[in-house]
Design a protein around this ligand. Structure first.
Ligand SMILES: Cc1cc2nc3c(=O)[nH]c(=O)nc-3n(C[C@H](O)[C@H](O)[C@H](O)COP(=O)(O)OP(=O)(O)OC[C@H]3O[C@@H](n4cnc5c(N)ncnc54)[C@H](O)[C@@H]3O)c2cc1C
Length: 371
């Protein structure tokens, strides 16, 4: 077995592992990344302030200044004057990061899974099938355990040729509740992204206390497709698929060293959106020289408080989410909604959001003093 010494070892070659490696290499530090190449398809969406330049220009699939929500009896359209909703190709982003890093002489890549990692004296020891690494700093992005009260956001998306859909879809449908609810203790909706002129992503999603078989979510996405196309389904309609399960709430890191990415709470509890949290964590490292920033919650106290109350309500009765989202999306402008989702909001905005929400379940959640 080969033994290596490295100042920094990063475990997991997902987006957070790769982005952290790039931040460290840009600071002139030596880093070793351990983990299989991550080829998973990931369409990563996030709101971006129009005035803020993007660091992902090469990976943007599409962006929109409008988005909508479909409830049983109305469609709510949001217009973003300040914010865009943007879809990135996560797979090409990971590939580009791997390539850029491979060109740095401060970077070493071991594309094997980690078998074991532990703290030993003042350093860390990481073992794979063929190698042992001794590191001063260990950052680990392997998936965490979800906290006992944490809801899951589970999704399965199929990408189909746009020609199958009736009517032109020009903007994302962030939540479509027009299919019947079907899972106990879960809020189910469909998320539809008109990615390009040729391709559309149809993703069945649940906010739930426990996961369901992915096959059930795939069937739901197909049901939406059949309803929209009016045609019988056949497998040739599906170009590719993607799926995942994100935490909505606390996570428990499982490994030695500093957790990063999803394992350190980069996913926003109320939504599961993780990319902007990850950027904030890394900017703490870049601008403040603060290693611990990559393992701390990147969200403001105000949004943490709002999310906690919101999740208490949803946890008690996930299907109440339908009336909450209907009220919230009706009561907020597109920019205020995007501001809330990206944690760019003030206490006055928070009050405005609270006034849109159904009162009774929220009062009960505020008064509940456990957790
Ligand atoms: C399909 C999909 C769509 C998403 N869409 C959005 C979105 O629209 N907006 C948004 O903000 N966020 C989205 N997310 C969430 C988030 O942005 C991503 O998950 C992002 O990739 C952050 O991930 P991460 O690197 O922290 O963790 P992960 O992506 O979970 O990476 C963990 C890595 O650890 C590796 N690993 C596991 N076991 C081992 C081992 N034993 N040894 C070494 N390595 C190991 C895995 O191979 C993986 O590469 C999405 C996630 C998925 C999966």
């Amino acid at each position: 077995m080969n033994t290596f010494h490295s100042k920094n070892v990063v475990v997991g070659a997902g987006i957070s592992g790769l982005m952290l490696c790039e931040s460290l290499v840009n600071r002139g530090e030596e880093v070793t990344l351990v983990g299989p190449v991550d080829n998973r398809v990931q369409t990563i969406c996030t709101w971006r302030h129009k005035d803020k330049p993007t660091q992902y220009a090469d990976h943007i699939i599409n962006s929109w200044d409008q988005w909508e929500f479909s409830f049983n009896n109305h469609v709510q359209t949001h217009h973003g004057n300040e914010f865009l909703y943007e879809a990135l190709n996560g797979q090409s982003l990971k590939k580009a990061l791997e390539l850029r890093l491979s060109e740095s002489e401060n970077f070493t890549r071991i594309a094997e899974p980690v078998d074991r990692s532990q703290a030993v004296d003042n350093c860390f020891e990481v073992t794979t099938k063929d190698s042992k690494l001794i590191a001063a700093n260990l950052f680990d992005s392997r998936p965490p355990q979800f906290g006992s009260n944490t809801l899951v956001q589970q999704f399965f998306g199929i990408v189909v040729h746009t020609k199958y859909l009736k009517g032109e879809l020009t903007r994302p449908k962030l939540m479509d509740f027009t299919l019947p609810q079907r899972f106990d203790g879960a809020l189910a909706f469909t998320y539809i992204l008109p990615l390009t002129e040729e391709t559309t992503l149809i993703e069945a999603t649940i906010f739930a206390r426990t996961t369901v078989p992915y096959e059930a979510l795939r069937s739901m996405a197909i049901e939406w497709l059949v309803k929209s196309s009016g045609e019988a389904f056949n497998e040739d309609m599906v170009l590719y698929d993607e799926s995942g399960c994100l935490p909505m709430g606390d996570v428990v890191p499982l490994f030695a060293g500093n957790p990063i990415g999803l394992a350190s709470g980069s996913a926003r509890p109320c939504s599961g959106y993780a990319l902007s949290g990850l950027q904030r964590q890394l900017s703490g490292l870049t601008y403040e020289n603060d290693y611990s920033s990559v393992s701390c919650s990147p969200y403001s106290k105000l949004s943490a408080w709002m999310d906690r109350i919101f999740l208490r309500v949803l946890n008690r009765e996930p299907q109440i989410g339908l009336s909450i989202f209907a009220a919230m999306t009706r009561g907020l402008s597109g920019d205020r909604f995007a501001g809330f989702m990206t944690d760019n909001f003030t206490a006055v905005d928070a009050l405005r959001i609270i006034t849109t929400l159904p009162k009774y379940p929220f009062i009960r959640a505020v008064l509940k003093n456990d957790n």
